[in-house]
Design a protein around this ligand. Structure first.
Ligand code: FAD
Ligand code: GLY
Length: 383
């Protein structure tokens, strides 16, 4: 078996690229193996929202803490990224307006507000007229809204391009169209020894010896052979679709969320309208019913979208673990690390994932990642 790298990262999505960049800037010899083109996984389709306060789940205390910490790390992370890539990623703190149109929405909004108020987030309850004053493109039918001022969003494609550039500038290697088919083990399965890669042209497989592996294959992370069953992350794909609109005539200044839809304004006159959530395996087609629902829900909250035009349909597979939290850090198999299953929050969680997974590989310290260990699935009943 040939050794060409110290660390192999399986998957060149936003998480693999960011983790690779951190490892490469620490002086490690890192190769990312990507089955298609690096950067073009779920992250390429994403809306780029960095919204831990809005997205806080009622029973996800540890994920919320991780998310808040990740957002805190963003300014420094983007500064270093600009130094290493030469690319200044567009990121804005616009805040989000969560809007209600009817009685059901209003009940949900009240619960949404109460939970965040309890957590001492600086949320503001607005009457419909106050919400429209803040964001004049909102429908006059909005009955109430909650303003979450601390939410950010960034241009995720610019972010991913910068990560790819920074990684290679720091000496990292990307092998594209190189799917990893198997993880190889030794010492009675207790330690990794290498990986098997498929050459798509010749259909031959080759084996490469490595010291460490980071599994960052997004929605495909449960598909790679060789991992003992107990340590295969229970990740499934959840398709998401976003309509990318040219919206010069409808320039929103906040992220808008309402039942079944969010609208995220970008600086170049684009407006992202998302997102569907579909459980259809690895199918990546654009479902007409999904397009209809997104447009109807968006029109109900921002009627001005009728004046926009459709530029692109963005499709991606969110990697969802059984408990919708990521699996991070070392496994009981020596040399195998995880950075997978970020579901709806992979862009938000990129800095903390990259920094902490890198830290755990370099130092063995896994304190912060403990709640996200693969071992949490060992005692749970499969659903
Ligand atoms: P991916 O980005 O999917 O990358 C995985 C990579 O691994 C792919 O390139 C794939 O080709 C490669 N791969 C798979 N198998 C192999 C193999 N065997 N060998 C080699 N390579 C392999 N998150 C937010 O924080 N904010 C948002 O606003 C947001 N909006 C979203 C909107 C939509 C519509 C979608 C779909 C997602 C959104 N997300 C958002 C979620 C976010 O995009 C994901 O959590 C994130 O992209 C996961 O990153 P990843 O690198 O794990 O997976
Ligand atoms: N976080 C937004 C989405 O996954 O659609």
């Amino acid at each position: 078996m040939k050794s060409i790298t110290d660390i192999a990262i399986i998957g060149g999505g936003v998480i693999g690229l960011a983790t690779g960049w951190q490892l490469a800037r620490s002086g490690k010899k890192v190769t990312i193996f990507e089955k298609e083109e690096a950067g073009h996984g779920a992250g390429w389709a994403s809306a780029g929202m960095l919204a831990p306060q809005t997205e806080a789940g009622y029973d996800q205390k540890e994920l919320l803490e991780l998310s808040l910490e990740s957002l805190k790390k963003y300014p420094e992370f983007l500064k270093r990224l600009e130094e290493d890539s030469g690319i200044k990623v567009e990121a804005e703190k616009t805040g989000s307006l969560i809007c209600a149109l009817n009685r059901d929405d209003l009940e949900r909004l009240q619960r949404f507000y109460d939970f965040r108020h309890q957590l001492e987030f600086p949320v503001q309850w607005l009457k419909g007229s106050e919400a429209v004053e803040k964001e004049p493109f909102l429908s006059p039918k909005v009955t109430a809204a909650v303003f979450v001022p601390d939410d950010w969003h960034l241009d995720s494609r610019m972010f991913i391009t910068a990560l790819k550039t920074a990684f290679t500038n720091k000496g990292g290697v990307i092998q594209e169209h190189a799917p990893v088919t198997e993880i190889l083990l030794e010492n009675k399965g207790r330690k990794i020894s290498g990986i098997k890669i498929l050459n798509q042209k010749t259909e031959n497989e080759k084996e490469i010896q490595v010291d460490s592996i980071v599994l960052a294959a997004g929605a495909w992370s449960s598909q790679i052979k060789g991992i003992p069953e107990d340590f295969i992350p229970p990740i499934r794909p959840v398709k998401g679709m976003i309509l990318n609109l040219k919206a010069e005539s409808c320039q929103l200044t906040h992220v808008i969320r309402a039942a079944g839809v969010y609208l995220v304004p970008k600086r170049n006159g684009r407006l992202l309208v998302g997102a569907t959530s579909e459980e259809k395996g690895y199918n990546l087609s654009a479902n007409i019913g999904g397009i209809k629902d997104l447009l109807q829900n968006a029109f109900d909250i921002v009627p001005g979208i009728t004046e926009t035009s459709l530029e692109e349909i963005q499709l991606g597979l969110r990697p969802a673990n059984r408990d919708h939290s990521p699996v991070l850090g070392p496994s009981p198999i020596q040399g195998l690390y995880y950075a997978a299953g970020h579901y709806r929050h992979g862009i938000l969680l990129t800095p903390i994932t990259a920094l902490e997974v890198c830290h755990s590989i370099l130092t063995g310290d896994t304190e912060k990642l403990k709640p996200f260990s693969i071992t949490r699935f060992l005692s749970s009943v499969s659903t």
